[in-house]
Design a protein around this ligand. Structure first.
Ligand SMILES: NC(=O)c1ccc[n+]([C@@H]2O[C@H](COP(=O)([O-])OP(=O)(O)OC[C@H]3O[C@@H](n4cnc5c(N)ncnc54)[C@H](O)[C@@H]3O)[C@@H](O)[C@H]2O)c1
Length: 326
């Protein structure tokens, strides 16, 4: 299939582009490079533009069968202090993208959603049927877009899969790409960079939570496993699959303290850290029930937490050798 990938120069988008290409799909990327990296798009047709640019999108969508939409602003904390940015990019600009898609023949759409649509879960593991009650503007914008997709599916026949990722982590196994956010807010790169001495000591938010070791539990899913799930979602839609929302996680919770120990084991270095108060609205534990994605897509995560840490470590060493410049 011919696919347009928005945000294909970002972390999850770029890994998915590799998986799409390996599966034989023809990929073009639309990215404004606001947080993405041009080298991640090398070897593919890169349309350097904003998703809100309807003229460019109309041309980019010519002959395209499906759109995979990663482009978004994706910092929970920033969304709390600057909700306008999130409503603008993740809703207003994203709806313009949908207008361009509806004006084109493409009727298949895969959307990067998030477990943040659930807010603070009442039960674990979290299934797709759990109440959606986001506790920050980021999650609210993603939920709004899911609703828009559901409505456009009924009204306009735009069939979609919204993939609710838990915590994307790890790096490409061949060492060619990985996580590089500025600022970095994700635990695993921060722990590994602290071990290397290129980032401050890790701050662990909460050590007295209602979890077995008192630290936060999250569900870390390897970015290449996410990429493969997108390929399967695309193929599901191409075979006539109905609009749906699916969780993508391993179903295994890992605590911050366990991540620190694994980071020390894999790096052979100490991870310096200190404790701070838990962040408001940060649930003590989040992990997915991914049974639906497994049955609908036939998807199984292939990377465990050790593989996540070791691929991330290889990538950090490479970034350090390149002075964090791509
Ligand atoms: N990383 C995670 O753990 C995680 C978890 C759940 C959901 N997600 C979602 O996955 C998607 C990708 O996340 P990521 O971590 O790869 O982020 P990222 O910042 O690395 O990638 C986002 C990409 O989109 C581009 N972009 C942003 N706004 C754009 C616009 N208006 N027009 C064109 N390009 C634009 C950026 O330049 C970047 O290349 C996001 O939608 C995010 O909300 C990520």
């Amino acid at each position: 299939m011919r696919v347009l990938v928005t945000g294909g120069c970002g972390y999850v988008g770029a890994h998915t582009v590799r998986e799409l290409s390996a599966a034989g799909h023809e990929v073009a990327i639309c990215d404004n490079l606001s947080t993405g990296h041009r080298p991640f798009g090398e070897g593919y047709r890169l349309i350097e533009a904003d998703i809100a640019n309807q003229d460019v999108l109309a041309k980019a969508l010519d002959g395209v069968d499906a759109v995979l939409h990663f482009a978004a602003s994706a910092y929970v904390g920033e969304s709390v202090v600057n909700p306008r940015k999130y409503i603008h990019n993740n809703v207003e600009s994203a709806l313009k993208l949908l207008d361009a898609v509806l004006a084109s023949p493409a009727r298949l759409f895969v959307f990067s959603s998030t477990c943040a649509v659930y807010g603070v879960p009442r039960t674990l593991p979290i299934a797709e049927t759990a109440p959606r009650d986001p506790v920050n503007p980021y999650g609210a914008t993603k939920l709004f877009f899911e609703h828009a997709l559901a409505a456009y599916s009924v009204a306009h026949g735009l069939r979609s899969v919204s993939l609710r990722y838990f915590n994307a982590a790890g790096a490409h196994p061949d060492g060619s790409m990985g996580e590089l956010h500025t600022p970095e807010t994700h635990l695993i790169p921060l722990a590994l960079q602290a071990a290397l001495g290129v980032a401050p000591p890790l701050t662990i938010f909460g050590n007295n939570l209602n979890t077995p070791d008192g630290t936060c539990i999250r569900d870390y899913i390897h970015v290449s496993d996410l990429g493969r799930a997108h390929v399967l979602a695309l193929e599901y839609l191409a075979q006539g699959g109905r609009t749906t929302c699916l969780n993508l996680g391993t179903g295994e919770g890992t605590s911050v303290a366990q991540i620190v120990l694994a980071a020390e084991r894999i790096s052979g270095r100490k991870v310096p850290y200190s404790y701070a108060d838990p962040r408001p609205g940060d649930p003590p534990a989040l992990y997915a029930d991914s049974a639906l994605a497994q049955s609908v897509l036939g998807w199984r995560p292939q990377f465990d937490i050790s593989a996540i840490l070791s691929t991330a470590w290889n990538w950090e060493l490479r970034l350090q050798a390149m002075n964090h410049r791509l």
